[in-house]
Design a binder for this molecule. Structure first.
Ligand code: WTA
Length: 662
């Protein structure tokens, strides 16, 4: 590792040029795209929309933007006004007219090793049939459908079936608990739920239908449940409630393959996707049909240099935005072959991903830094047994990537032939905003590089003034882009408050960043309560509000501590009510409690019991100090503390556990 570190330092100062062989064949070789977009960004996005998306009726105006302000109501941001289209038509039907009809749309492998290939024609048939099934169960345009499924082809089929008939899907990641599922159903008032008996994870069954049954005890809006039989358990062992629960395969038996695509307005919602929120109530990001589709279709083609003969693999789960945009909508709208894998990277052994790349001759691999760091820890021998020569492009997303991990990926996975695109974006942005066009922009390990053409980020100070190059500040976007989330479902005021109130007229990302003298962006992490644990986005406030609901807990503060592999891990500081005993038993119970309420990925790595939390004189918990303690840093300003001895005590406790400077 030491040698990579040294190299990191050296390379860091240099730009890594896109490998010649890649550059010569790249789809986009002409840097004038940037100038053209900067010159007139509206007409640029107008041209892109006409070139990349099929419209039933052309749009009249590219953009109508009324900056969201407190006290105002949506629509604030409207792209492609007057345009009519259908996302499913763009992802499926339009590919049936030419040779792509028989091209593989989805190549899938299950964790146990079973595999399937669906051509665009197969996808069309399955999606149309399911769309008819949904209609027969009373789902109409504008209704919400919650989808809670493992990573099987039926998940994108379900999403596309909703899009086909104009229903708004809300996919809930299969790792979320029944309570998180229930909250999301209740917030969106979904009418129908699509799920499966379960899924496979590291050889174990994830019993999704059981979680659904628990969630539905208090989610009265759901009228029907469609259950896909993944086969993790015998169908006779899955409890099915008569009148409510229906087997997918039974409903599909009689369904017609003819189902016209609903004509949707450009601004009609396509889906809701929840991010966890500070008040405990999840935030339903609303993505709309036209702008979202334009944004993901164009960015997929540009960033992943998509070629028709590629097998493209994004390793994310479709339950997160990365999967929505870059497994389903972006690749399929381009008529690409999107590879999907159901299970864990270390099942049956730690070389599973490399075996998949070799077996399917995969060309593009788009993953998260946390996965890369895990593979680094496991060692190169798992990689070097496999032939990865089919790879020609690598990507990362979800958190800042350290130069060591970047270089390791570039060297050991990509064999120094594959550009690495470090893509910065968010659930809210819908599409990648900052990354390199791989045939044009020289890379700098650890930097997401430059904004895509037509995207305008800026780094500013508290007052909103641009900071000098090389100075950290807050990352904002000064102009809207087509795929931006339009509002929060049922809570437009919160949308204004979170994203638009701080810098009026500009979108606030919640991230800190620095721009260097070459105009490259370096992302420095969140400045709000969000932490990124192994690529999963979690609100520490949500964890705190769950912890204090436990009968023993008086107060809780959760912070993110840096972690070599996961990026950050949640650490909780908890004060206990009078009369309860602290100890390992309670510690485990509280960890379980958070896992059960939010999902196992949110389980606190460590819980510290303390008689008091450090607070300001006005009673605010000073999380900054807790972070300093956890990182072993010199304590920041403690002058405003009500009782400085609290911090000293916490620090001693922490050091006892982790050793000094941990
Ligand atoms: C972080 C994932 C640095 C960032 C698509 C952002 C990144 C949050 C990068 C959004 C990157 C994402 N470099 N940080 N390349 N990509 N982030 O909503 O803090 O799950 O605000 O979307 O992840 O996470 P989300």
């Amino acid at each position: 590792m030491a040698s990579i570190s040294e190299k990191a330092l050296r390379v860091h100062e240099h730009l890594i040029e896109p490998p010649t062989e890649f550059r010569e064949k790249a789809l986009i070789q002409d840097p004038r795209l940037y100038e053209q977009a900067a010159h007139d960004f509206e007409s640029f996005w107008g041209q892109v929309a006409n070139e990349y998306v099929t419209w039933f009726r052309p749009f009249e105006t590219v953009l109508q933007f009324n900056p969201p302000k407190p006290g105002t109501k949506p629509p604030w941001i409207q792209w492609y006004v007057g345009g009519k289209l259908n996302a499913c038509y763009n992802c499926v039907d339009r590919h049936l007219q030419g040779w792509r009809r028989t091209k593989a749309a989805i190549v899938w492998e299950g964790e146990p090793g079973d595999s399937r290939v669906l051509t665009y024609q197969d996808l069309h048939r399955e999606v149309s049939k399911l769309a008819n099934v949904l209609k027969s169960l009373g789902v109409k345009k504008g209704d919400r459908v919650t989808i809670y499924m493992p990573m099987v082809p039926e998940l994108p089929i379900a999403m596309l079936a909703c899009a086909r008939i104009g229903a708004i899907h809300s996919v809930v990641f299969g790792g979320f608990s029944s309570e998180a599922l229930r909250d999301r159903i209740n917030d969106s008032q979904a009418k129908l739920l699509i799920t499966a008996d379960g899924g496979w994870r590291r050889g174990n069954i994830v019993p999704l239908k059981r979680f659904v049954d628990e969630a539905l005890e208090s989610a009265p809006s759901i009228e029907n449940v469609v259950v896909f039989h993944r086969g993790v358990m015998d169908a006779t062992l899955v409890p099915m409630r008569a009148g409510r629960d229906h087997w997918w395969h039974r409903l599909m038996e009689g369904a017609s393959q003819e189902c016209p695509c609903e004509e949707m307005d450009s601004e009609d919602p396509l889906y809701i996707l929840y991010t966890s929120g500070t008040t405990g109530r999840p935030k339903g990001q609303v993505h709309v049909t036209g702008g979202y589709l334009v944004g993901v279709t164009a960015s997929t083609r540009w960033v992943f240099d998509l070629k028709d003969e590629d097998i493209y693999w994004c390793t994310a789960d479709i339950g997160w935005v990365t999967g929505h945009s870059y497994i389903v909508y972006g690749p399929l709208a381009n008529g690409a072959t999107s590879f999907m894998y159901e299970g864990a990277p270390d099942y049956p052994d730690k070389d599973r991903w490399w075996a998949l790349i070799e077996k399917y001759r995969i060309n593009t691999c788009y993953t998260a830094p946390t996965a890369i760091r895990t593979f680094m820890r496991w060692g190169e021998e798992y990689i070097h047994h496999h032939d990865l020569s089919s790879l020609r492009l690598l990507g990362t997303v979800g958190e800042p990537i350290n130069p060591e991990a970047w270089l390791w990926y570039w060297e050991h996975v990509g064999g120094r032939r594959c550009p690495v695109v470090d893509t910065w974006w968010q659930t809210e942005t819908g599409m990648i905003l900052i990354t390199s066009l791989p045939g044009i922009i020289p890379m700098k390990p650890g930097s997401a590089t430059k904004p895509l053409p037509g995207i305008f980020p800026e780094v500013v100070d508290e007052e909103g003034k641009p900071v000098p190059d090389g100075t950290p500040g807050y990352l904002i976007l000064t102009k809207p882009w087509p795929a931006i989330s339009r509002t929060l479902w049922g809570d437009p005021d919160r949308y204004v408050e979170v994203y638009w109130a701080r810098y009026p007229g500009f979108y606030f990302t919640g991230d800190a960043a620095m721009k260097d003298r070459d105009g490259y962006f370096w992302l420095l992490g969140r400045v709000d309560d969000v932490i990124n644990v192994a690529g999963h986005r979690i609100s520490t406030m949500e964890m705190e509000s769950v912890l204090v609901e436990h009968p023993t807990t008086a107060e809780a503060a959760v912070i993110g501590k840096s972690d070599m592999v996961k990026g950050q891990i949640p650490v909780a500081f908890v004060t206990i009510r009078q009369g309860f005993e602290t100890g390992d038993g309670l510690r485990e119970e509280l960890k379980e409690y958070v896992a059960k309420r939010i999902g196992t990925f949110a389980r606190p790595a460590e819980i510290f019991f303390t008689a008091e939390l450090p607070k300001t004189r006005s009673g605010k918990i000073m999380r900054r100090l807790l972070r300093d303690i956890a990182e072993g840093r010199v304590l920041g300003d403690t002058t405003t503390l009500a009782d400085p001895s609290v911090v000293q005590h916490l620090r001693e406790m922490y050091e006892e556990k982790y050793g000094e400077g941990s």
